[in-house]
Ligand binder design. Sequence first.
Ligand SMILES: Cc1cc2nc3c(=O)[nH]c(=O)nc-3n(C[C@H](O)[C@H](O)[C@H](O)COP(=O)(O)OP(=O)(O)OC[C@H]3O[C@@H](n4cnc5c(N)ncnc54)[C@H](O)[C@@H]3O)c2cc1C
Ligand code: SF4
Length: 273
Amino acid sequence: SAIPEFATISRVSTGLRVGAGATLSAVNESADVKASWGLLAEAANSVASTLIRNFATLGGNINQRPRCWYFRVEQFSDCYKRGGDFCFAVTGKNAYHAIIGGELCYIVHPSDVAVALLALNANAKVVGSGGQRDVAFDKYFVGPREDVMSETVLKADEILAEVQLPTPAANTRMAWIKIKDRQVYDFAVTSIAVAFTEEGGVWKDGRIVLGGVSPVPFRATVVEEALKGKKIADSIDSAAQRIASVARPMSENAYKVTLAQVLIKQAVLKALA
Ligand SMILES: Cc1cc2nc3c(=O)[nH]c(=O)nc-3n(C[C@H](O)[C@H](O)[C@H](O)COP(=O)(O)OP(=O)(O)OC[C@H]3O[C@@H](n4cnc5c(N)ncnc54)[C@H](O)[C@@H]3O)c2cc1C
Ligand code: SF4
């Protein structure tokens, strides 16, 4: 955030560019962000505390390491994610672990901002010694099924330089909800970002993305497909239920399936209201 070019927020003909060094407070307070990408401002503002948001950068938030209470403890250092051959969460305490997309490892991705960026169909501008490339956030995060030791597509000599947001279609509806265990600052138990277009209450196109349920921000395409072309009010209940078809909860976290179903309905109806 000390390098001005790296922290700039600017409108461009295709949408908005936000430097990875912009602080979360700068993102939340930007009039440009609020004007058309209010979902991102809300998600940024829900991270941690004011003090942390004043220092934490967009790039740092997106690239922070996922969370599992066994992961950082020396006693559990031989788990899959640390090169070992065991996952302590499977037979241990797993109330906050992943219900979707876990395999070998059930760690969860904690970035609130990343959930909003997927819903807004954003791209990452990645820069390294070999030049620069654009990566859709859909493809930016790497789950344990692909590679248990990686979390993003970044190579060792690359950084995230900029986030590029396309201008949303006219009348795009958006909503953000974050559920925490405590009503002070905390990571999401489960969060949701939705951004969609509709006509006369019929779902046209859009994205539903969940946080806190998977090792990567999880796009609920199974729900989006169930809503496509349908009257939202009539189909949201059955569409939201479909998240259960991709969930594999463990002994203590089946409540997250119900929570995700409720949040999907709440967020879509909140955006529609
Ligand atoms: C008490 C507390 C509560 C928190 N609550 C929340 C919460 O509710 N929601 C939430 O989303 N987060 C939460 N966080 C996480 C916090 O938002 C991140 O730690 C913060 O955003 C990191 O930003 P930073 O700029 O300090 O990054 P750093 O700590 O400097 O970096 C974090 C990681 O990202 C990498 N990195 C940084 N910038 C880049 C870049 N441009 N390209 C590639 N890699 C990069 C670093 O190498 C490092 O691995 C919380 C943290 C704390 C301490
Ligand atoms: S969930 Fe992942 S990080 Fe946590 S113990 Fe299992 S393998 Fe290790």
